[in-house]
Design a protein around this ligand. Sequence first.
Ligand code: F6P
Length: 364
Amino acid sequence: MPAKIRRIGILTGGGDCPGLNAVIRAVTKKAILVHGWEVIGFLDGFHGLVNNRRRRLHYDDVSGILTEGGTVLGTSKTVNPYHYAIKRGNRLAFRDLSRRAVANVRRLKLDGLIVVGGDGTLGIAHRLNEDGVPVVGIPKTIDNDLKGTEVTVGFHSAVRIATDAIDNLHSTAEALHRVMILEVMGHRTGWIALFAGVAGGGDVVLIPEIPFDIRSVAQVLLRRNRFGKRFSIVVAAEGAHPRGGGEVVREMVKESLDPVRLGGIGFALAEDIKKLTALDTRVVVLGHLQRGGTPIAYDRLLATRFGTEAIDLVARGRFGRMAVATGSRVTHAPLSAAAGGFRPIPRGFPLIASARSVGTSFGD
Ligand code: F6P
């Protein structure tokens, strides 16, 4: 029989995304309504766990947040208890403060800790679980690149935002006979670019999983022009790169869980396209708008299903696991599945073939 649960903690780590509040709401409401547990929310991700910054979450605290973007608990992309960055002036030092985090869990008498995050955050959650903290994970990231689950909270809301952007670019591209390049997020994967690119009818979709040849891209654009389509939409994932070439790195954030920040491929493409085609070309970088705003219905449902599944896992003492989605089912998998690495679009992913068959180019 699992030990009696009285009090649990929850934190949101890594980048924010639409649907985090829906997760916090589902976890807290079910913990209170079904089990009568007390819920403690740690502030700003692992920062709150290490420094014991927290607040009690009552039913009323999570009532009315289902539709709100962001996270009422705050989050952080730079706090790793095992490699905790301490800034002294311009100098950066790192210390292992994981024992402090574990001690806080014990001092607060938490019978379970729910960690909501992407690969970096859930990788840390996995280590904490190995170090004796009873952890259950919930996958979220707009990038949809987490191993172990087919979909993450936030992804479809980001796709919706990127698709709306493509829809809006169509009219101005057509009116001025331009090539419009939309650069979208996704880090090292092309999930957002592929889904939004196909949903928005992009003419060329460039993703890291299919390195492009700029001459092929140019040919597609010129061919469209020859056949009377005097505008084109190019959707580029920030991690897209030419065959044999590397990603465009915008900056390195040393204290971050993953220091590489990508960005700039849109402008690099525009330069090359102008040279090779002489077509009037503009660039839009969608950026952090993709992480903002209210979650779409799909993400609210996924967040509710993941949140309530996580509470079941805690109740059954199934620690070291995370809620995952496979097909239309929500089930669970070991946290270790999410740790280390990311999930690219698999070779032979059916949507790629469907897109090709309706004339979408991947620039290869
Ligand atoms: O992981 C989410 C994400 O939005 C990526 O798509 C993007 O590469 C990165 O975070 C941007 O990071 P930051 O918020 O630190 O600029």
